[in-house]
Write a protein that binds this ligand. Structure first.
Ligand code: ADP
Length: 913
């Protein structure tokens, strides 16, 4: 339907144009039908073209015939029109098969090319026909046809190409004002006769439209002006219609002037509106990104501050919510205050601020506290955003108070455990669930003669377990569930001198939250002397005071007790005699263990002891004088004989209160230590997750900020002011640094959480070294550094991830280059040892002070030498390197001293053949 209407339009416009053909020639001076035909082809699906081409040809022939042209000429025009529409239409179809939109200057150039190409084809065909039929000269006709068709396409097709582009800057009122004034100006210019001086009065209004209105309105207005010009000129009005008697325009000049005018309008209005829309789009995207970036600032979980220079100090001029939560004192905002007032460590901070303000440092990282919260710990990183007399800085704050408190708790718990271990007089050992010793106290080394180093880190049975018990002990730990470990047992213990050592062990387990056993804690009392026959006499005397012996009758009433029992219980023999023994025991404990109380409990306890049997040694709570409770390892022996009735019982008890108390304390301390370590681990995981989420979230917007900034700096879409170029460069450079930082943090987070996926292939370190050399060369091109590579002829093969290993080499090489001043040298050596591949990168640079080398592979570490020379870096490279090497089962070491170069050695296991 629409197509039919358009074809009818082609016919009508054609007829109209032929009608208005000036008397001076055989051709119409503007051919709007051409524009409509091109739109038809460009907007229709491919399958419709043949039919449309025929339709256009027929409509044109009909229009020409109606306009009174001869059949032959009309037919030639018909074919030429169809050819023009197909050529231009095809050139204006985008990749999707639709008419392209007029969005940027490239599209405009495409439109011009299509209009000109179509018009040339038309002109060639039509002019030949005209020349052959003798209706007109070739040259003049060709030129007129070309301009009349090209200008029609250039004015009409843009309307279709901008139909959906409706965003302008102006408001409704401005639209109304512009459109009315434009109409008035057009009528003023083309309405009256003899109005040549007013010819360009419409132009400022068209420029206004291009600057402020949407592209569709602009193209519509240009079309409207073109139509008005043609119509009014044809009826003898306006600046170009003054062709009559005494008119200022010669008749044959009117058409080229009109076309020139139409084309001028098109060539001014279209590119201008395109440039403006493109610029506002770029700005909109940029401000959207900036909005995103701002949101990152305000909503970030890291505290962020914006700081401005005030003399030689930094004042907080903005803070995000997290920072406020952290720093605001009740009822007092941090904004407007000096940073060194808010944070402690002000001297280091001030020093760094002054160095930064002097331009010698563009960032500072440190560990500070918050002045009004004495126990707080905050990691802070300050970086310069802009320089100048009023330099601005940003500061990022991470609250690590919880981390520090956990650390402090761990240290305290560990101290308590150690002091308990070391002051105890009995043997104390702690093992993991495989039997490997992880703690040992001094008493153990004193009694057994094994040194701490000999015992620690080795299985129990490698040192102190007596030879004949080794298998049994190993068996105990083999199951891993600890079922057989806990309990009390008496065994011989191995000593370095071979001297006998007999110990009663009590073993307990420490469990994880989920109930799985984690450690075994063993305490042992030396009973060698008691058990040795040589010491029997002495022991009997000793036992008199250290062992409680109580004689009972068959009913469990106390008959006799020794002095050991008196001293343990704090009662005299007379006070105790005739009392029931069960009164000495904790009632609740007795009930729990026998299910009964009083006399019947006693019967249950002794029911299996007839005929001189002996009960298992077990810890019982005894109640002594003044209500004191003692833990006593107690054995009950049945008295009497085969022939007589049950004569009574003998109770033997040893006070183990201190020993058990020590063990309980130790277990509690271990538990505390374990919880603190777990909390630290959780915090560390949370911090890692946080860092990697933030880095990930940041990387995307920053990448696009950098991209857009580079576009702006390159002069697309508008050439920047020369004063803006350095600013844009700074944004791009700092953005690029941020991206590197994000990438490093993400790499580290991957290494920490095991999230990195490793490739495992054969890697030749020599090939890697050559690749790294190629990558590093551009860095040293402008430097006076001598670089040498000493690589063997034969490959040095390891198993691993070549991308990650190359990262290691590049990182070490770029550090060597970065930290070596001009005139120095950097040497890389690769070789294969017996079973290890070695890579050594040596430089003659600034070196790393010996006392700082312990921290070298920690995250964010930067040596004082690098900081003093203000050499940029994040301090993440080496920790990534260390992580990668560890994951490959290798080692990294450094030899360096301040000012005398550094040598990093990487050792990796060689691939087994
Ligand atoms: P970055 O180089 O980004 O600071 P790295 O983790 O790679 O981070 O290095 C950490 C720090 O170790 C550096 O800041 C520098 O102080 C020191 N360092 C590393 N390599 C060298 C070297 N070859 N010479 C001197 N110092 C070095």
């Amino acid at each position: 339907m629409a197509t039919a209407a358009a074809l009818a339009g082609v016919y009508l416009l054609g007829t109209w144009a032929v009608w208005f053909t000036p008397q001076t020639g055989s051709i119409a001076f503007w051919w709007p039908a051409a524009g409509v035909s091109v739109c038809l082809i460009a907007m229709a699906p491919r399958s419709w073209w043949p039919m449309l081409a025929v339709g256009i040809a027929v409509a044109s022939v009909a229009a020409n015939l109606t306009g009174g042209r001869p059949l032959l000429l009309s037919s030639a025009f018909g074919v030429a029109n169809a050819a023009e529409a197909v050529i231009a239409g095809l050139m204006l179809k985008g990749a999707t098969g639709r008419l392209v939109q007029l969005i940027d200057l490239k599209d405009f150039i495409r439109l011009v090319r299509a209009a000109v190409a179509g018009a040339i084809v038309l002109s060639l065909v039509a002019t030949s026909a005209i020349a052959l039929t003798g209706e007109g000269p070739f040259r003049g006709t060709f030129r007129n046809l070309l301009t009349s068709h090209a200008s029609a396409t250039l004015v009409i097709v843009p309307v279709a190409m901008t139909w959906r582009l409706r965003t302008g800057i102006a408001g409704r009122r401005e639209y109304a004002a512009q459109i009315s004034l434009m109409s008035v100006a057009t009528l003023a210019a083309f309405g009256p006769e003899h109005s040549l001086p007013l010819v360009f009065v419409t132009l400022p209004f068209l420029v206004w439209a291009a600057l402020r209105l949407d592209p569709r309105t602009v193209t519509l207005e240009a079309l409207a002006v073109a139509l008005a010009t043609v119509l009014l000129t044809a009826s003898g009005r306006g600046p170009f219609g003054d062709t009559g008697e005494g008119g200022v325009i010669p008749l044959h000049l009117a058409p080229p002037l009109v076309l020139g005018f139409i084309l001028t309008n098109a060539f001014i209005a279209l590119p201008l509106t395109l440039a403006i829309t493109q610029r506002s789009r770029a700005l909109a995207t940029l401000s959207e990104r900036e909005g995103l970036f701002r949101r990152n600032f305000t909503e970030s979980l890291t505290g962020m501050l914006l700081l401005a220079q005030r003399g030689d100090r930094l004042e907080i001029i903005d803070a995000n919510d997290t920072a406020r939560e952290l720093l605001d004192e009740p009822g007092r905002s941090v904004v407007g205050r000096y940073l060194d007032r808010i944070l402690t460590q002000s001297s280091a901070l001030r020093g760094a601020t002054q160095t930064m303000l002097a331009g010698n440092l563009d960032g500072w990282r440190g560990h500070v506290g918050i002045a009004y919260r004495p126990d707080s710990h905050v990691d802070v990183a300050i970086s310069q955003i802009s320089a100048g007399s009023e330099a601005t800085f940003s500061a990022q704050l991470l609250d690590v108070t919880a981390l520090h408190q956990s650390l402090a708790r761990t240290v305290a718990a560990e101290r308590l455990t150690n002091s308990l271990l070391d002051t105890a007089r009995c043997i104390m050992l702690m093992t993991d669930m495989t039997g490997r010793v992880i703690r040992v106290n001094q008493a153990t080394t004193l009694l057994t003669g094994f040194s701490e180093e000999q015992i620690l880190g080795h299985p129990l049975w490698a040192t102190i377990v007596a030879e004949r018990r080794v298998d049994a002990v190993r068996e105990m730990f083999a199951s891993g569930d600890g079922a057989d470990i806990a309990g009390t047992r008496e065994t011989d213990v191995r000593t370095t001198t071979g001297a006998p050592l007999r110990v009663i062990w009590s073993t307990e387990l420490v469990h994880n939250d989920d109930g799985t056993p984690r450690y075994a804690v063993l305490t042992g009392v030396d009973v060698t002397a008691e058990r040795a026959s040589a010491g029997l006499m002495a022991n009997l005397f000793q036992a008199g005071i250290s062992t409680a012996i109580i004689g009972l009758d068959a009913q469990g009433l106390i008959r006799v007790l020794n002095s050991g029992a008196e001293s343990l219980l704090g009662y005299t023999s007379d006070e105790m005699r005739e009392r029931s023994f069960t009164e000495l025991l904790d009632e609740q404990e007795l009930l729990e263990r026998t299910g009964e109380g009083g006399q019947s409990a006693w019967s249950t306890l002794t029911s299996t002891l007839a005929g001189g049997a002996e009960s298992q040694a077990r810890d019982w709570t005894w109640l002594s004088a003044q209500g004191r409770r003692r833990t006593v390892e107690m054995t009950i022996c049945g008295g009497g004989g085969e022939f007589g009735p049950q004569a009574g019982f003998l109770v033997l008890g040893r006070d183990v209160t201190e020993q058990r108390h020590g063990q309980m304390m130790l277990m509690a301390a271990l538990e505390k230590e374990r919880m603190a370590a777990d909390r630290l681990r959780q915090l560390d995981t949370a911090k890692n997750e946080f860092v990697s989420t933030v880095s990930h979230e940041l990387r995307t917007p920053v990448t696009s900020i950098v991209g857009y900034t580079e576009m702006l700096a390159d002069g697309s879409p508008v050439t920047p002011d020369p004063a803006q170029v350095p600013l844009l460069d700074t944004i791009a450079r700092n953005g690029a640094r941020l991206i590197t930082l994000c990438n490093d943090l993400l790499a580290l987070a991957g290494l920490d959480t095991g999230g990195t996926v490793w490739d495992r292939g054969t890697v030749d370190l020599c090939v890697l070294a050559r690749h790294s050399e190629d990558s590093i060369r551009p860095l040293v091109r402008d430097r006076k550094l001598s670089m040498s590579f000493d690589l063997p002829e034969t490959p040095v093969l390891v198993l691993g991830d070549s991308v990650q290993l190359e990262r290691v080499m590049l990182n070490l090489l770029s550090n060597a280059v970065k930290f070596t001043p001009d005139g120095g040298s950097v040497t890389t050596r690769v070789w294969a040892d017996a079973d290890e591949a070695c890579v050594v990168i040596t430089d003659t640079g600034i070196g790393i002070p010996t006392e700082e080398q312990d921290a070298l592979f920690q995250k964010f570490f930067r040596a004082s030498t690098a900081q003093a020379m203000a050499i940029q870096g994040t301090g993440l490279g080496l920790s990534i390197v260390a992580g990668i090497i560890a994951a490959h089962g290798g080692r990294i070491g450094v030899e360096s001293a301040s000012g005398s170069g550094s040598s990093f050695t990487v050792r990796l296991p060689l691939r087994a053949d």
